[in-house]
Design a protein around this ligand. Structure first.
Ligand code: GLU
Length: 463
């Protein structure tokens, strides 16, 4: 791509929760704008009032801010609903040039004539010279001959035969201008040089390019980014897959990790790297290098990347990032205790919400026993180990090393390795077989609570 300034846009329709595919398109555009000192325009395509909701618009704006799309290269949000007059002007222009015509055919009329409900419009009204009137739509007169070549930075130069492009609707019978034209009019008015968007719009590109030309503008350069699929190679869908960016944010994915991962959906930096600093992304990304084949949304990879970002956080930032999760949990948190536990947890969580089941034991009056963990750990000689632990911990110097040495000694008496000896104590104190390092946890929890819990578990064992 040339380094001259470009103007790109992100033009979502607020018809649902903002999803990861939209976020990926926004980021690709954002990086292109940043690289060239150009501009990313956010235009909310909000003309379909029956399907739009203000909270979805707000969700889009919030999500882009969360991803870090802001500052000098960002312009907006604009709202397409403010541009209705210029859409009508363009319509009049096309009608005036004879490049569009009125049509009163219903879908049923067309099917009755063509005998095929899958066929496009048969151009019946093309030469009927209908004027405006109730129930009349307007259609664009696509050329009968020739070809439309779309210059697409990802897909090369796909060529479309004009004769297969139907005379598509550019004004509905109620007078409103649909997506195909409104989108072009606004892109042209906003000086957009590159249209980077999802592959599902590739088939719209030749029609839209004809509109750009008909309206007297130089068409943009296109780039249709690949579809995103799940592990079954199905297109991501909000019914089947977790696609809402907000859900990932709520679960505790960090914006930087999300941004990093989304950039890898169709693109890869040099070297075999997955965790890529944003400066590297901005240095290396080239829209031309984006792969045209479907991109797999690999939640495991995303988790792993997020875990890396979490581990790289300064501890204080990690603790602060976790706080909202524990504050939402049904227990009172002692901040000092939490900070010490969180430090142990930082290398062990892949998403921030995982902090809660790791630390809850320290703040609940009694541990929340996971019954499967209980059944697994409380096997012979669990009762004896718990008794031994209670005994030896009563007067132990209260630090992790000492607690470990003493429990190890209890286990040796039964010919058990430390791992096996730990299990009943861990379940007695935390309620689960997995969690933070046990002896550090006991040290933080304190002698009194530890002994109370061991005693309670011994009682539970015998009842
Ligand atoms: N509003 C359209 C959509 O959300 C925009 C498509 C485009 O980027 O041109 O699908």
């Amino acid at each position: 791509m040339s380094s001259s300034s470009i103007r790109v846009r992100f033009a979502p329709s607020p018809t649902g929760m903002f999803h990861v595919g939209g976020a990926r398109s926004a980021l690709f555009n954002w990086v292109m704008a940043r690289q060239s000192g150009g501009t990313l325009v956010l235009r909310i395509e909000d003309t379909d009032t029956s399907r739009n909701k203000p909270e979805w618009t707000e969700g889009i704006i919030r999500a882009l801010a969360w991803l870090g799309i802001d500052g000098a290269e960002y312009e907006g949000p604009y709202f397409q609903s403010a541009n209705l007059e210029r859409h009508q002007e363009a319509l009049r222009d096309l009608l005036g040039q004879g490049l569009a015509y009125y049509c009163d055919c219903t879908r049923e009329d067309v099917v009755a004539r063509t005998g095929d409900s899958h066929k496009g419009y048969d151009a019946f009204c093309r030469d009927r010279d209908l004027g405006p009137g109730d129930g009349r739509a307007v259609r664009f007169r696509t050329p009968d001959e020739g070809q439309t070549t779309v210059v697409d930075l990802i897909r090369g130069k796909p060529v479309f035969e004009n004769k297969v492009l139907e005379d598509f609707v550019i004004a509905r019978s109620n007078g409103s201008v649909p997506f195909l034209l409104a989108n072009v009019v606004d892109d042209a008015a906003q000086g957009i040089t590159h249209v980077v968007r999802g592959e599902e719009h590739l088939s719209n590109a030749p029609k839209q390019q004809l509109l750009w030309e008909a309206l007297g503008h130089e068409p943009p350069i296109w780039a249709h980014v690949p579809v995103i699929v799940n592990e079954k190679r199905q297109k991501l869908s909000k019914r089947r897959d977790k696609v809402a960016l907000e859900d990932y944010q709520a679960e505790g994915y960090l914006a930087a990790a999300m941004r990093n991962y989304l950039m890898l959906l169709g693109w890869a930096p040099t070297g075999d790297r997955e965790v890529v600093a944003w400066e590297v992304v901005e240095r290396e990304f080239r829209i031309e290098d984006v792969n045209a084949s479907p991109a797999f949304f690999d939640v495991k990879k995303l988790r792993a990347i997020n875990g890396d970002y979490i581990r790289a956080l300064p501890t204080a930032d990690f603790v602060a990032a976790c706080l909202p999760y524990v504050e939402d949990a049904p227990f009172e948190v002692d901040q000092g205790v939490f900070a010490r536990l969180a430090e142990l947890a930082q290398t062990r969580v892949a998403v921030l919400s995982e902090i809660v089941p790791m630390v809850d034991f320290a703040f609940l009056d009694e541990p929340a026993f996971d019954e499967a963990s209980w059944a697994k750990a409380m096997k012979e000689p669990a009762a004896e180990i718990l008794a031994g632990a209670e005994e030896t911990y009563r007067d132990a110097p209260w630090n992790a090393d000492e607690l470990k040495t003493r429990l190890e000694a209890v286990g040796t008496g039964f010919g058990l390795k430390l791992g096996k000896t730990q299990a009943p104590v861990r379940v007695a104190v935390t309620g689960r077989t997995v969690g933070l390092p046990l002896f550090e946890s006991l040290e933080i929890l304190g002698r009194e609570a530890t002994l109370t819990r061991i005693a309670a578990a011994r009682t539970r064992l015998t009842t």
